[in-house]
Every structure is written in structure tokens, then in C-alpha cells.
Design a protein around this ligand. Structure first.
Ligand SMILES: Cc1ncc(COP(=O)(O)O)c(C=O)c1O
Length: 371
């Protein structure tokens, strides 16, 4: 089935006794055993599995062409679980432009137990020369947050595979509709489901999808089920509900974002626009090769300093000045002040998550803010 169809039907796993077309929310934490000690409903205890989480995991695994998925309590939890699954002393090659919350985990939680280097992954030679005997994971994020760098998933998988290095791809900005890293050779795909999968800025979650159910995946599932950082049945229900419209929301985000990028690129107050859909984006060709469309995220530099940039961001009326992304409403944020003084993000950078409002209203708001 095509993604539009899968997104609607793959979560309808629960056979309701009352004939519901939409699966119910199963709040029970525990499930009946039969006389042989088995679990006839397929579930034992809801930290380990429950019908709503299984429905969500099944849906994302199918949309990402993986063998299995693990739903977790946030996108950041996905990072935590993956890093916990590595043997102490392992080396990770991570991107120089990486979602700061996961980068912070490496720098402040795993700094004593793991080794890592942050490298410009648009440079394949640099990746090759950064590999050490103890390199166990290459972590890519494409498109990246907040500079929208695009890394070539297929080419990096050609480097990782012969050396048995696990390739993890944070594909949050793309969603499973625009990019399927497993088909391009990634071993594990990560989504912050707080973003496009949830789509309405009202649910926090993360999900990992694996190409193969190997030893590493066994460890990951054990950390999920024994560690217990899992989303609630209600969160899983909300996600399954949102995913039904994901393909159509992504169409709207992509369509609006292209127009916003074209508008910003020609604006005299804008110094630069980072959007993979623009022909002069340095990795536009790679984005075209590995993505079905370019997504709804972009960043731009305001001509001027942090003060001028703050004036612009404080003038928006329709955009919400707030962090996060992927919701139906347009968001704008000054990344540097969110990331803090150690951030390398330019002080005149604004990141926008283009929503699903009418394009004329979105552009009119930017127009008055930049005026
Ligand atoms: C690319 C990317 N990955 C992961 C995360 C973390 O997700 P969460 O906020 O759900 O923990 C974010 C959050 O903004 C993100 O942008």
C-alpha cells in the first residue's frame, strides 16, 4: 500500500468487541493470563507493550520500511536509549549541526562513557578520516537543525556498512513521507514524534525504527521495556490519529515553505536563506535525490545584529514565537537564545516552521515583521 493508505489503516490493529471503526484507547496497565500462563490478548503489562503503542509502532515501522519500531517518551529519549545501548568506550561520529538537545546529552551525560566527534558530514572524506577502531555509530541528522544541511544517506551508508558501524538517521525534519533512510542504507531511523508525526503541538514523543531485528535492536527494546521511558496509551492514540493525515499535512507544509523561501530570498532585509529546496542550497541535488519534497522547515539570517533580529521576531502576529516545529501553526524562533551561550548558531538566525495557514497570511505576517 502507498503511504497515504498505510497512514490511515496500519494503526487499526485493535479488534473492538463493540464494532468501533476507530480503535479505542486501552488504559489497562495489566492484561489477563490464561490457564497455561499465556497472554491471549498478546500483552502482559503496559510498560512492555500495550495495544495503542503496538498500533503506533506498527504504523511507523511500515511507513519507514523497517522490521520493528520502539515508541519512546520523547525524541530526546531516543538519543538516550541509543547511547545507552552502546558499549562504554565506543566512539560516535556526530554532525557538527545537530539538534542541540541530543548534542547536550553527549556533552553532559555521556561525556565520561562515550567518545564522540562532531564533524561536517557534508564532507565524506572528513567522515572517513574521523573513523577510529572503536567507532561504533555514525549519527546523521538530515535535514539538520537549525542550518538545514543535507547529508547523503546512501553515500554515508556505503562508508559505514563494510565496517559494521551502525548508521542512525534523525529524520525528524523530513517525516516518513518525504524521506525513508532505511531504503537508503540506514540501520536505525529516529523521529521526534512531537513534530510532524504529532503535527498539532500537543503530544511529546519519539520513535526509533530498525532495518533489522539484530543484537543492538534487542538491547534497544530491552532499554525501552525495562527502562520504561514509554509514551502513554493516550499519547500513542493521539499520534496514530495524527499520522492518518500526515501525508496531506506534509504536502501543505512543503507547498507553503517553497513560497516562503522564494519570498525571503528576494527580501532586501534578508542576508541568507537555508532551505534545501532552493537551487543554490549547497546540497540541493542530494536533497532532490533522497527526499520526495523539501519539507516545511527553514532558517534565515536577518541583515543586522541580534538586536535587529529580535525586533523582527517580536513583531510577528500570526506566527507564534515559540520553539518546536511540525505543527499546523507557523512558528518562529531565535535559535541562539534558546541554545545558550555555547551555541554556534548565528545570532541573526531565525528558524521557521511553516504551518498550514493560507500562504498569503503567512507572507503578510513576515512582510509586516520585516518592514
Ligand atoms: C531534529 C530533532 N531531533 C530530535 C529532537 C528532540 O525531540 P523532543 O523534543 O521530542 O525530545 C528535536 C526537537 O526539537 C529535533 O528538532
Amino acid at each position: 500500500m502507498k503511504p497515504e493508505t498505510l497512514a490511515i489503516h496500519a494503526s487499526n490493529l485493535v479488534k473492538s468487541t463493540t464494532g468501533d471503526v476507530t480503535p479505542p484507547i486501552n488504559l489497562s496497565t495489566t492484561f489477563f493470563r490464561d490457564e497455561n500462563g499465556g497472554y491471549p490478548g498478546g500483552h502482559m503489562y503496559s510498560r512492555v507493550s500495550n495495544p495503542n503503542r503496538s498500533a503506533l509502532e506498527n504504523t511507523i515501522a511500515k511507513l519507514e520500511f523497517g522490521e520493528d519500531a520502539a515508541a519512546l517518551s520523547s525524541g530526546n529519549t531516543c538519543g538516550l536509549v541509543l547511547f545507552q545501548a552502546l558499549k562504554p568506550g565506543s566512539h560516535i561520529i556526530a554532525p557538527d549541526d545537530m539538534y542541540w538537545g541530543i548534542k547536550k546529552q553527549l556533552l553532559t551525560i555521556f561525556n565520561d562513557t562515550l567518545e564522540f566527534d562532531f564533524v561536517d558530514q557534508t564532507d565524506l572524506e572528513l567522515i572517513k578520516s574521523s573513523i577510529k577502531p572503536n567507532t561504533k555509530m555514525i549519527w546523521i541528522e538530515t535535514p539538520s537543525n537549525p542550518l538545514l544541511k543535507v547529508t547523503d544517506i546512501e553515500e554515508i551508508s556505503k562508508i559505514a556498512k563494510p565496517l559494521n558501524i551502525t548508521l542512525v538517521c534523525d529524520s525528524t525534519f523530513a517525516s516518513p513521507i518525504l524521506q525513508n533512510p532505511i531504503l537508503l542504507g540506514a540501520d536505525i531511523v529516529l523521529h521526534s514524534s512531537t513534530k510532524y508525526l504529532g503535527g498539532h503541538s500537543d503530544v511529546l514523543g519519539g520513535i526509533l525504527v530498525t532495518a533489522k531485528q539484530d543484537k543492538l535492536w534487542e538491547k534497544i527494546k530491552n532499554i525501552q521495556q525495562t527502562g520504561g521511558a514509554v509514551p502513554s496509551p493516550f499519547d500513542c492514540y493521539l499520534l496514530c490519529r495524527s499520522i492518518k493525515t500526515l501525508a496531506y499535512r506534509m504536502k501543505g507544509h512543503c507547498e507553503n515553505a517553497k513560497k516562503v523561501a522564494e519570498y525571503l530570498v528576494n527580501h532586501p532585509r534578508v542576508e541568507a536563506v537555508f532551505f534545501p529546496g532552493l537551487e543554490d542550497h549547497p546540497q540541493h541535488k542530494i536533497a532532490k535525490k533522497q527526499m520526495k519534497d523539501f519539507g516545511g522547515m527553514m532558517s534565515f539570517l536577518v541583515k543586522g545584529d541580534a538586536e535587529v533580529t529580535n525586533k523582527v521576531v517580536n513583531k510577528v502576529k500570526l506566527f507564534a514565537q515559540a520553539t518546536s516545529l511540525g505543527g499546523v501553526e507557523s512558528l518562529i524562533e531565535h535559535r541562539y537564545s534558546i541554545e545558550g551561550p555555547d551555541s554556534k548558531t548565528p545570532k541573526n538566525l531565525l528558524r521557521i516552521s511553516v504551518g498550514l495557514e493560507h500562504i498569503d497570511d503567512i507572507i503578510a505576517d513576515l512582510e509586516q515583521a520585516l518592514a
